[in-house]
Design a protein around this ligand. Structure first.
Ligand SMILES: [Zn+2]
Length: 526
């Protein structure tokens, strides 16, 4: 069920007879809420939190020196605001340091290519590797592929589907003649399906190419907009694996497929650092009345590393840090304990938050509410009650006190359904603890920034971050002050068939069983 907050607020306003003030609309005269508004909307630190984090420290791949630097920086920042903070080790991971990637086409003509190593790729050990590029045979069987593997030693192999166009579909829609978009799409999907039948797209195949002695593996994971690729990881140990831009990959592929003798020169540095400790960064503002009950502000801090991890999840991290700064000033003696958790290892399976939940049963037990943000820079537009039947009444009460300038965008999903994964609130809702996702408007998150080479500082819309940090601080204050605990009574989940009919909500569909808590990996490969 979806309930729009404006209705709720409008009702409250009628009762109070309050006229909207210029710029903000208050249902109650609460000096703490007003102070939070001033600090969050008019005296925001969001830019000065995000800029050094994203530009100077940069991406925060789990197990990388960048992640550890970001952990230490956050602790120092919190302490500079007078907030108790620590890094808490939750396990270890495969340490890796990214160095430069430099890749050039040197024949049949010279062009510097836009490309980078996948995460955890080996480099070239200080050498420049120059070799021809070859492409796999199409249309053959697995025996043909195996025969081809015997020919790749010392060569660069291009194994991704070469996109017929690096234009987004919207161009075809806007400029093509009637049916042009459909014709292009059909041709593309037929060609891609045929390609995928011939060429495996797995990390296992990377390993087979490594065993066959390939000099390097060229891939391209285009994200369907100009200049945007998604860049994930590989598990090879000697053979570098690169992602090339849609355009440059297509160029090199076509030269090879047409027998025009492409030669590539690669210089790439990477360092494996062995098994390294990994941390969650924890901040604490102790509760004065109910210190064993918790309001937890939550965001994953780790990222993929082809850009800066700005919207995944620098924005969620900035929002939660900024909310803590605001709360320390506007509400320094909370009733319940306010915790900040900047999680590690989310991208490898919610490992930081799952380990935290296992290591801190007292927090799971005493949780009043957890607010997690992890889907980009947009203003919060959707909050699901995650299947807790009593949660909606509390959110209704809290949000009625938040200015309409913030709440008018928000849909509450009541009762919603418990998330089984997706982000770190799932590590708590699985135990029935009140854990919620502050879900953002997209701002083209899925295409342009999520796990891409374009997830950079400039993509942040700070007006939206100010809105979200102010909202989060207000929710934390209101949840902390609430005279009652948020109840944990679970809805009866519909049978699977009903789940697929009309019960759809954002993200995965309504599950038929309450998701089970998983332990979270304590180390790489465990
Ligand atoms: Zn994320």
């Amino acid at each position: 069920m979806t309930r729009r907050i404006p209705t709720l607020l409008a009702a409250t306003m009628l009762v109070c007879g309050a006229a909207p003030a210029a710029g903000q609309t208050w249902a109650v005269d609460d000096p703490v809420l007003k102070r939070i508004w001033t600090l969050g909307m008019e005296e925001s630190h969001a830019e000065r939190i995000a800029q050094p984090l994203l530009d100077s420290i940069g991406p925060r791949l789990t197990g990388s020196p960048g992640m550890k630097a970001a952990n230490d920086w956050a602790v120092a920042l919190l302490q500079s605001w007078g907030i108790e903070a620590r890094n808490e080790q939750y396990g270890t991971w495969r340490g890796w340091r990214r160095g430069i990637t430099h890749i050039d086409l040197v024949a049949p003509r010279v062009r510097t290519l836009e490309g980078t190593m996948l995460a955890w790729s080996p480099g070239t050990n200080g050498r420049k590797v120059e070799a021809p590029v070859v492409v796999p045979p199409l249309g053959g069987d697995s025996a043909a592929l195996a025969r081809w593997l015997t020919t790749v030693r010392g060569k660069f192999v291009a194994i991704s589907f070469p996109q017929p166009t690096c234009r987004p579909d919207a161009h075809y829609e806007e400029y093509g003649t009637e049916g042009a978009l459909e014709r292009m799409r059909e041709a593309r999907s037929l060609a891609e399906a045929a390609f995928r039948r011939s060429v495996p797209q797995t990390r296992d195949f990377h390993r087979r190419l490594e065993e066959a002695g390939a000099a390097g593996i060229l891939t391209s994971n285009w994200s369907r907009d100009v200049g945007v690729n998604k860049v994930f990881h590989t598990e090879t140990e000697r053979t570098p694996v690169l992602d090339l831009s849609c355009e440059d990959y297509g160029l090199v592929y076509r030269l090879a497929a047409n027998g025009q003798g492409p030669v590539v020169r690669l210089e790439a540095d990477a360092e494996f650092l062995g098994e390294v400790p990994v941390y969650n960064t924890i901040g604490v503002i102790r509760g004065s009345e109910l210190p064993d009950e918790y309001v937890l502000l939550s965001a994953h801090y780790d990222s993929w590393d082809a850009a800066s991890g700005a919207t995944d999840n620098g924005t969620g991290s900035t929002t939660m840090l900024e909310a803590m700064r605001i709360l320390k000033q506007a509400y320094p003696n909370p009733k319940r304990t306010i915790l900040l958790a900047l999680w590690g290892g989310e991208e490898q399976g919610l490992n930081g938050s799952r380990r935290f939940a296992a290591m801190h049963p007292e927090v799971v037990e005493g949780l009043q509410a957890l607010f997690n943000q992890d889907n980009g820079t947009g203003r919060v537009v959707n909050i699901s009650m995650q299947g807790l039947v009593g949660a909606g009444a509390h959110f209704g009460k809290w949000l009625a006190r938040v200015p309409a300038e913030i709440t008018r965008h928000i849909d509450l999903q009541i009762p919603g359904a418990p998330g089984g994964g997706g982000s770190d609130y799932a590590s708590f809702i699985c135990a029935g603890a009140p854990a919620f996702s502050l879900s953002s408007l997209s701002w083209s998150y899925g295409t342009v920034t999520w796990h891409t080479n374009r997830d950079t500082y400039d993509k942040i819309v700070f007006e939206e971050i100010r809105n979200n940090a102010t909202l989060t601080a207000m929710l934390a204050y209101l949840a902390s002050e609430d005279p009652e605990r948020v109840p944990r009574e679970r809805r009866v989940l519909p049978p699977r068939r009903a789940a697929s009919q009309g019960m759809a909500q954002r993200g995965p569909g309504v599950p038929s069983e309450w998701p089970q808590c998983r332990p979270g990996a304590e180390r790489y490969g465990s």
